[in-house]
Design a protein around this ligand. Structure first.
Ligand SMILES: Cc1cc2nc3c(=O)[nH]c(=O)nc-3n(C[C@H](O)[C@H](O)[C@H](O)COP(=O)(O)OP(=O)(O)OC[C@H]3O[C@@H](n4cnc5c(N)ncnc54)[C@H](O)[C@@H]3O)c2cc1C
Length: 310
C-alpha cells in the first residue's frame, strides 16, 4: 500500500488531461483545493503567506516550484526567478531561506551550466545571508546532486545544504559524508516512487532508517533539519535530544505548508524551531500530486472542492 499509492499518483502525475483540469480548478479561487498545499502562483502571495507564518513564530523556506526542465532557456528563466526571489525576500524583510531543485536549473540539459546557474543564485544569496537548500529528487539524481553540492562546497560556498532521503539504502553513507564535511542536512523520508533495488518499500523500514539517521545527524551533524509530520518520529527526536542533552537550538524541525498545522504549533509552543516549506508558482502540479500520493485520503477533499467550484 505504502509504495502502491505512490506508484498510482506518480502515473497520474504524468497525465496531461488531469494536469489541464487541475490547473483550471486548483487555484481558481481563494479556497480552491491546491491552495491547501501551495501558497499561491505569485511571489506576492508567497510573501503574504510567509508573513502569516512568521506571525505564528514559524520559520520559512520558500520554494519557487518547477522541475524537470528540458531546455536551457527554461533553466535560465528559473535561475532569474530565484535571483528575483532573493531580492524580494530581502526587501520584504522576511526570513532568508530558499529551497531549490537541480532539475529546475537544467541538470538534465547540461551539468556545467546547472552549476553556473546555481552559482548565479548562491552569489547574491551569500551577499544577503540567504540560506539555500538543495531539495533531493528521484534516485536518478542522487549522485549528481551530491556531486554538484560537493563541487560548490570545494568552492567555499557554505550557506548551502542538501536534503537526504531515509528510504534510500545509500543514505547512511551520504549522511556520514555530509557530517564529515560539516554540511547542513535536511532529513526526509523520500517522496518518489523508487524500486526495491535502491530503496526500502515498507513504511516500518523507512521509519527505522529515518530514526537511525536522525540519531546520527543529531549527534554528529551540523544544525540538521528533521523534516517529517510523523508523530512517532517527532517524539523519538525529542526524546533522543533530551537523552543526549542536545539543545533545541542545535537542530530544527521542518514541515510542509498546509500539513499538520496542529503539530507545527505545538512544537513551537514547546520551544522548538519549526521551519515551514512554502511552495509557490504556476508549476505546482507534480508537487501537488506527490502530496496526494502520500495520503490518498486527500483525494476526497480535492473532489469535493472541484464539484463545489464547477
Ligand atoms: C520540509 C520538507 C521538505 C521536504 N523535501 C523533500 C525533498 O527534498 N525530497 C523528497 O524526496 N521529499 C521531501 N519531502 C517529503 C518527504 O520525503 C515525505 O514524502 C513527506 O514528508 C511525508 O512523509 P512524513 O515524514 O510526513 O511521514 P508519513 O508517514 O508519510 O506521514 C506521517 C503523517 O503525516 C501526515 N501527512 C504526511 N503527508 C501528508 C499529506 N500529503 N497530506 C496530509 N497529511 C500528511 C499524516 O498525518 C501522516 O499520518 C519533504 C518534506 C518536508 C516536511
Amino acid at each position: 500500500m505504502y509504495a502502491g499509492a505512490k506508484a498510482i499518483f506518480y502515473a497520474l502525475s504524468r497525465s496531461a488531461t488531469l494536469k489541464r483540469m487541475a490547473s483550471r480548478y486548483g487555484m481558481a479561487s481563494a479556497d480552491s483545493f491546491a491552495r491547501r498545499f501551495i501558497a499561491g502562483e505569485s511571489i506576492t502571495e508567497a510573501i503574504a503567506v510567509g508573513r502569516r507564518l512568521e506571525a505564528q513564530r514559524l520559520l520559512l523556506t520558500l520554494d519557487y516550484l518547477g522541475e524537470s526542465v528540458r531546455t536551457m532557456d527554461e533553466a535560465t528563466a528559473a535561475t532569474r526567478e530565484y535571483v528575483r526571489l532573493i531580492d524580494v525576500i530581502v526587501a520584504a524583510g522576511i526570513e532568508r531561506n530558499v529551497s531549490i531543485k537541480l532539475t529546475q536549473l537544467g541538470i538534465d540539459v547540461d551539468r556545467a551550466t546547472c552549476v553556473d546557474n546555481l552559482r548565479r543564485i548562491l552569489d547574491p544569496a551569500a551577499r544577503h545571508d540567504v540560506f539555500v537548500r538543495i531539495d533531493m529528487e528521484n534516485s536518478r539524481y542522487t549522485q549528481a546532486t551530491l556531486d554538484v553540492f560537493e563541487t560548490l562546497w570545494q568552492l567555499e560556498y557554505r550557506h548551502v545544504g542538501v536534503a537526504l532521503q531515509a528510504y534510500l539504502y545509500r543514505t547512511e553513507g551520504d549522511v556520514r559524508r555530509m557530517n564529515e564535511l560539516g554540511a547542513r542536512v535536511r532529513l526526509v523520508k523520500g517522496a518518489y516512487k523508487e524500486p526495491a533495488t535502491v530503496a526500502y518499500q515498507k513504511k516500518a523500514e523507512v521509519d527505522a532508517s529515518f530514526e537511525r539517521l536522525m540519531r546520527e545527524l543529531l549527534e554528529h551533524g551540523t544544525y540538521p533539519a528533521i523534516a517529517t509530520h510523523d508523530e512517532r518520529l517527532l517524539a523519538a527526536t525529542r526524546a533522543f535530544a533530551g537523552e543526549r542533552a542536545i539543545a533545541s537550538d542545535r537542530f530544527e524541525f521542518q514541515m510542509l505548508y498546509g500539513i499538520r498545522r496542529d503539530l507545527q504549533a505545538s512544537l513551537v509552543a514547546a520551544g522548538y524551531r519549526v521551519r515551514i516549506y512554502v511552495p509557490f508558482g504556476t508549476q505546482w502540479f507534480p508537487y501537488f500530486m506527490r502530496r496526494l500520493g502520500e495520503r490518498p485520503a486527500n483525494v476526497g477533499f480535492v473532489i469535493r472542492s472541484m464539484l463545489r467550484d464547477r
